[in-house]
Ligand binder design. Structure first.
Ligand SMILES: [Zn+2]
Ligand SMILES: [Zn+2]
Length: 361
């Protein structure tokens, strides 16, 4: 255990340039402040965003960069003012590790919408040092941004919930779509979409998966437990399903027409966008006026919602579909994720990997 006074040296796997290849990198964690929790990382999920960040797809990457924002670990040290967490507990850290605490969103405990939020990695912390993510032996985070992993949730199962899970839970909760008996659809069956099916089913919904081809029908129906499957180009079936849905979670991260989906919604139905699409999207206004429909979008979820979602998943015995890999497989895993060659989520077994080689500084 490190002393409260000194910086701890850790080994993470960092990208050094936009090629995005991760390799061992040693750096120090800040001195443990009164509000800080030091975490020995056990598992960290690989999110699509990690690929965009390490390869500088958004043009905002700083190197060396240790990615990873689906972090589950064990508390090894707590600052003097930390009352919520104890050494030895299993905890999680997600997409953000800081916020201004004074703006409207911060005061309303929806800090994910704070304009001064601090990202878990590829950002600068209040001490002026770069933030580094969960592909590392340890991480330090302010207690406000740490959640408890409920006892009955396996730590490796909890990892994808911290980004993909809360991303789908938050809009359902916020828009009052978490009551049972609703009919919803998930468009796109990647990491977020698969959590969408699982969480919506756990809420007691009738869930339709909408996809561009028939390829994922068996997966959706037999493995994820969806109730129906629609191919978006099947005009007849899409027509039959018109006006039938309370909501659609649209997880597709590339440009696509909205109108076929809008017509599936009932009066007051909601289309929630959660894929990052940089081209302008189009629809004609009667598509939403004649049905008082809403097109909206949400971004991850608050820390409170993340905690609530974890407890919901524990209570419902919900599991995510993961492929556990060691750290030395991370580059290959990212390559496969980029090609969609994974059943939903890679989780890196950090504690079980040999990170301790000579850093190639
Ligand atoms: Zn993510
Ligand atoms: Zn704020």
């Amino acid at each position: 255990m490190g002393s409260l006074e000194s910086e701890t040296s850790v080994i993470g796997w960092a990208a050094r340039d936009p090629e995005g290849i991760l390799s061992p990198y040693s750096y120090t964690l800040r001195r443990t402040g009164p509000e800080d929790v030091v975490i020995k990382v056990l598992y960290c999920g690989i999110c699509h965003t990690d690929i965009h960040q390490v390869k500088n797809h958004l043009g905002m990457s700083n190197y060396p960069m240790v990615p990873g924002h689906e972090v589950v670990g064990e508390v090894t040290e707590v600052g003097s003012d930390v009352k919520k967490f104890k050494v030895g507990e299993t905890v999680g850290v997600g997409v953000i590790v800081g916020c201004c605490r004074t703006c409207g969103p911060c005061k309303s405990n929806i800090e994910q919408y704070c304009n001064k939020k601090i990202w878990s990695y590829n950002d600068v912390y209040v001490d002026g040092k770069p933030t580094q993510g969960g592909f590392a032996s340890s991480m330090v985070a302010d207690q406000k941004f740490v959640v408890k992993i409920p006892e009955k949730l396996a730590p490796e199962q909890a990892a994808p919930l911290l980004c993909a899970g809360v991303t789908v839970y938050s809009p359902l909760r916020h828009f009052g779509l978490n009551k049972s008996g609703l009919r919803g659809a998930i468009v796109g069956l990647g990491g977020v979409g698969h959590m969408g099916v699982k969480i919506a089913k756990a809420m007691g919904h009738h869930v339709t998966v909408v996809s561009s081809s028939d390829k994922k029908r068996e997966e959706a129906m037999d493995h994820l437990g969806a109730d129906a499957y629609l191919v978006s180009s099947d005009v007849v079936k899409m027509q039959e399903a018109a006006d039938s849905l309370d909501y659609i979670l649209d997880t597709v991260p590339v440009h696509h027409p909205l109108e076929p989906y809008l017509s599936l919604l009932k009066v007051d139905g909601k289309l929630v966008l959660m894929g990052v699409i940089s081209e302008p999207m189009q629809f004609v206004s009667p598509m939403i006026m004649l049905g008082r429909k809403t097109i909206t979008g949400t971004f991850i979820g608050s820390i409170d919602e993340t905690q609530e979602m974890l407890e919901f998943c524990e209570e419902k015995g919900l599991t995510s579909m993961i492929e556990i890999v060691k750290m030395d497989y991370v580059n290959k895993a990212m390559e496969r994720l980029e090609k969609n060659d994974v059943r939903y989520r890679f989780v890196v077994d950090i504690a079980g990997s040999d990170l301790d080689r000579k850093p190639d500084v």
